[in-house]
Design a protein around this ligand. Structure first.
Ligand code: NAP
Length: 244
């Protein structure tokens, strides 16, 4: 495969889906800049780990400006994310503020920093990782609200940036095992895992590589005719479930 000389920012590349996304782009010959609080533990000279807490608005702006100044960024994958589970009666608005900053505010700040150079180049790829839970899931008020917000935002950016050769899409995973997020909800070896797999049309939960391949596809330079879309990578878990 011909190697791509591109630089992709990946947020939350230290674990789970983000780590698989970093590995995917590194395997294609891209430079990868991982922004997360912990480093992605991969041995690759093209991987640049930058420690960043995306809930810190000022730190995010500083890092975004610095990265944009030092790198020719061709792609941004905003993958970092977290759940603050609560039934509606117990939802804390502080959690909404936190998730809004990590899921939406950080995406805006990072995109604003790299868009000028993408426009100048006439090429760019932005992918936001949202969730099937944006369609609804118990105890996920703050999570589904902010993930659904990312989808609306991506559609707006697709309209604004399309004329500049920049596509913007969202990838919405269903349950993805081998991630810290999933294992906090369904611990490894739990009987709940089989029950969940049985409820999914393809009869298995997803793996980080399932998502990484979808992200890679949307970022390929040839795939410039797909923008403003949400790709559900969920084994059919987003489909209707009425059994007749
Ligand atoms: P994960 O293993 O928990 O990874 C979450 C990543 O987000 C970590 O790399 C973490 O890095 C980063 N992150 C969280 N808070 C951060 C902060 N304040 N600043 C910087 N980085 C932060 O879970 P995952 O499943 O791979 O999640 C990746 C994305 O997929 C998330 O957006 C999640 O909502 C989405 N998703 C996951 C599933 C699933 O079933 N796993 C389903 C649907 C959607 P540090 O802790 O090192 O900072």
């Amino acid at each position: 495969m011909a190697h791509r000389h591109e630089t992709i920012i990946v947020t939350g590349g230290s674990t789970g889906i983000g780590l698989a996304i970093c590995e995917h782009f590194l395997s294609q010959g891209c430079d990868v800049i991982n922004l997360s609080r912990r480093p992605a533990e991969l041995q690759d000279s093209r991987l640049h780990n930058i420690e960043l807490d995306l809930s810190d608005r000022n730190a995010t702006a500083e890092v975004a400006a610095d990265v944009a100044q030092r790198h020719e960024v061709t792609g941004l994958v905003h993958n970092a994310g977290l759940i603050r589970a609560a039934e509606l009666e117990d939802v804390a608005l502080e959690d909404l503020d936190y998730l809004t900053q990590v899921h939406i505010g950080a995406a805006i700040t990072l995109s604003k920093a790299v868009i000028p150079q993408m426009k100048q180049r006439g090429f760019g790829r932005i992918v936001l990782i949202t969730s099937r839970a944006a369609l609804g899931l118990q105890t996920r008020t703050n999570y589904s609200a902010t993930k659904a917000g990312m989808m609306g935002m991506a559609r707006t950016w697709a309209l604004e940036l399309g004329p500049h050769g920049i596509t913007v899409n969202t990838v919405a995973p269903g349950p993805i095992a081998a991630t810290e997020m999933f294992e906090r909800v369904i611990p490894d070896g739990s009987p709940k895992l089989e029950e969940l797999a049985r409820s999914i049309p393809v009869r298995r939960v997803g793996l980080p590589d399932d998502v990484a391949r979808a992200v890679g596809f949307l970022c390929e330079p040839d795939n410039g005719f797909i923008t403003g879309q949400t790709l559900m990578v969920c084994g059919g878990a987003s489909l209707g479930s009425i059994a007749l």
